[in-house]
Design a protein around this ligand. Structure first.
Ligand code: HAM
Length: 435
């Protein structure tokens, strides 16, 4: 039975009283992205496995250990997306979005799947907000995507995080770095874990992501990539930094940020929480991937982007005590007794809803007393009681549940009158907040 009544490990149900938090951070994200020219794209939750093997890289932890891969009934190998970039790049290529009107800017907010050990901020199903900018080589593009993320965080009143910046060079200068790295790790081959031994020949940079404490300790003393940047990559990195400084976006250089996915070239960055309870948690990360589109069979298209973990952004905001606007649960609850009152309540509720207000009335035939209890549980701001007397006098008492004050209101133009009361109250409360 437990299998039926318990969600799979590492997943989160977003319950009705918390979903507004997701809606808010996702809405602000997509709106911020739109101001930078990013329009939303939606792509399938699953893709051909090969896309991730080629795009993300077959020596990465994500591909080697964390993918949800299965054969569908047609015998195709299918994988639930472990991240957003590969599928979004595939869709843009497939639909000819990378042919002209470059740079092409797209954004997305959707779930991804990684089979990893669940812990705080790490889930098997998580939500990512990301942006991808295709066809933009100069440093201005890098600075702009970082500025977008910073602007988003600022719109959420998010503080206590840092931007860690690095450059991992181009395939040319990385060749020299990889040789040095290989030589360094070869000197420790007796201590490396099995997975990392396999990576030694093929892709020694991926040893830097290994979570085993022994490999991590060895990696700590390894050569750093920034010491091997070629002139062009160095100039590009300097250009990104000059622009970030000009835009007053604070960052720190961390030459150990190499990212865990294979497609990155040159600029890479991470947004890291600095809150004591979450210190070091990556809220998001991204960078340039100038070779990805070619790797997937397209034309050379220098591109870049980032992905944030929405659950991690929420963890950070909650820990910070940041304000997340909560929608009014119910502006007015119309309690009613008797058949005629029920009809009147239904009509009034519909009129209120047409005015854009949230209204509810009893639809299950409860006693007046339990209707009032229910209104209280809903958090209704006002209640209106309709019974025989109210129908006869065509007038009913509107009660402010927060202050306890009552006001008699004519039923004929109730929706209009209530809308006026409601919007005046909203204005007063907003003014009081800023006073
Ligand atoms: P990533 O660093 O693998 O990059 O993931 C981006 C963010 O997603 C992480 O920083 C983290 O906040 C969140 N995240 C990743 N895995 C999990 C998980 N298991 N549970 C909760 N949150 C998680 C990418 O995925 C790239 N596609 C980002 C990118 C876009 N680069 C360029 N464009």
């Amino acid at each position: 039975m437990a299998l039926i009544t318990q969600a799979p490990r590492g997943t989160n149900d977003v319950l009705p009283d918390k979903s507004y938090e997701y809606q808010y951070v996702e809405r602000v994200a997509l709106e911020t992205a739109l101001n930078y020219g990013y329009k939303e794209i939606r792509v399938p939750v699953f893709e051909h496995t090969e896309l991730f093997e080629r795009g993300v890289g077959d020596t990465t932890d994500v591909v080697q250990k964390e993918m949800y891969t299965f054969f569908d009934k047609g015998g195709r190998s299918i994988t639930l997306r472990p991240e957003g970039t590969a599928g979004v790049a595939r869709a843009c290529m497939e639909h000819g979005l990378l042919g002209d009107a470059l740079p092409r800017k797209v954004s997305y907010a959707f779930t991804c799947y990684r089979y990893d050990k669940p812990q705080t901020g790490r889930y098997r199903e998580y939500t990512t907000f990301g942006v991808e900018c295709f066809g933009a080589a100069p440093p201005a593009a890098d600075a702009e995507v970082i500025a977008l993320a910073a602007e988003y965080f600022s719109s959420l009143s998010m503080t206590n995080y840092r931007i860690e910046l690095n450059s991992i060079g181009c395939p040319e200068c990385r060749k020299v770095y990889l040789e040095q790295l290989r030589a360094y790790f070869a000197g420790h081959s007796g201590e490396l874990c099995g997975t990392c031994l396999g990576r030694l020949e093929k892709n020694p940079m991926r040893i830097l992501d290994c979570k085993s404490p022994v490999c991590a300790a060895i990696a700590e003393k390894s050569p750093v990539v920034t010491d091997f940047l070629c002139e062009d990559c160095k100039a590009h990195f300097d250009g990104v930094q000059a622009l970030l400084q000009a835009m007053d976006i604070p960052y720190v250089i961390n030459p150990r940020v190499v990212r865990g996915l294979d497609y990155y070239t040159r600029t890479v960055f991470e947004f890291v929480s600095e809150l004591p309870k979450l210190e070091g948690l990556a809220l998001g990360g991204g960078g340039r991937y100038d070779g990805l589109i070619e790797e997937l069979g397209g034309a050379h298209t220098p591109s870049l982007g980032f992905g944030l973990g929405i659950e991690r952004v929420l963890l950070h905001l909650r820990e910070l005590g940041a304000y997340i606007p909560e929608p009014e649960p119910c502006a007015v609850y119309i309690a009613n007794r008797g058949e005629e009152a029920l009809v009147q309540a239904a009509k009034l509720a519909n009129e209120l809803r047409s005015e854009g207000l949230s209204a509810q009335f009893d639809i299950v035939g409860r006693s007046l007393k339990s209707q009032m209890k229910y209104a209280d549980k809903l958090g209704a701001r006002f209640t209106l009681v309709l019974g025989e007397e109210e129908l006869q006098t065509r007038c009913a008492k509107l009660k402010d549940m927060r202050t306890g004050t009552e006001e008699a209101i004519a039923l004929e133009d109730f929706a209009d009158t209530f809308a006026q009361i409601w919007f005046r109250l909203a204005e007063e409360e907003m003014l009081a907040e800023f006073a």
